[in-house]
Design a protein around this ligand. Sequence first.
Ligand SMILES: [Zn+2]
Length: 327
Amino acid sequence: MDYLPWHQNNWDRITMQFIVRRNPHALLLYGASGLGKRVFAESLSSLLLCQAPMKNKHCGRCRGCVLKQAGTHPDLRHVRPESSRQIKIDQIRELNRWSVQTSQQGGYKIAIIYPSEQMNVQSANAFLKVLEEPPPQTLFILVADKVLSILPTVRSRCQSLLFSVPKHTEALQWLKSQHDHTDNLAQLLIQSGGAPLEVSKLLNGDYIRLRNDVAQNMLALLSRKTNALEKAANLQKYQPIDVLKVLESFVSKAIRLSMVKEEKNISSQDEDDAPSRLLASLEVTALFQFRDQLLKAVRYLSGNSNPNPLLLIEAIFVNLSRAQIRN
Ligand SMILES: [Zn+2]
């Protein structure tokens, strides 16, 4: 994938630095998740490893491009957490050894470190050593969703590049060009905080099946025919954050429906869908409580702590099963 339309300014700025040879040794790409920072890192790597770039893009045909596309370029490294959530010191020591070797294809050596906030203190300190005396023709690209979790001494030795949420219309236009199923793209985009790749992830990950499954388990719980722990376990196969976001979308829509109904005293057009049935089952105060709990859980899961996702969803389902039912 090439860099994305909303990356244009960042792309022009960074590639110009390489053209005039005033480029940094270390780049820190930061901003919310789902904006394509890794896509940018890969595109920049492709350009720098290409032996015959054209108009500021890689050619796709030279030896450098072929190796890059095959994922076997010897001068490109990816450093990611392995067994745990952390990037460990051994990985950084290995990276440091690699970075002082000469490049095998005669061009740049590039290392992409993601998520770079997952370097622990020892790893970050080991990495600092190589940043203090950067090897020639070597570029470190750090990618971070949570830039403040990176050691300030590391941050200060990188050129930082912020990735912002694109304009809604621009993001929507791009999403429409990528997906056949375009019914509720605008709503999904808002729910995803304006991050287009989060929406793509949902759609590519069989979002419809996820929604149906979450709806079924939630509605069974509201009908009091089942127990909460069993229903929570049914959803274990999905990413917990995705389950929470779907639940949040249901309850937010239920709340909106309740307001429309009060104002206009009309019945919902689609009584069968999950939000309508949620509204039919729960008092409005219970809906607000449910949503608060979901938002808290989303924040908790997105934070730096490492909560047990199953317990989190179980707690939400237990509370929902005890929520006040409409008479
Ligand atoms: Zn090429």
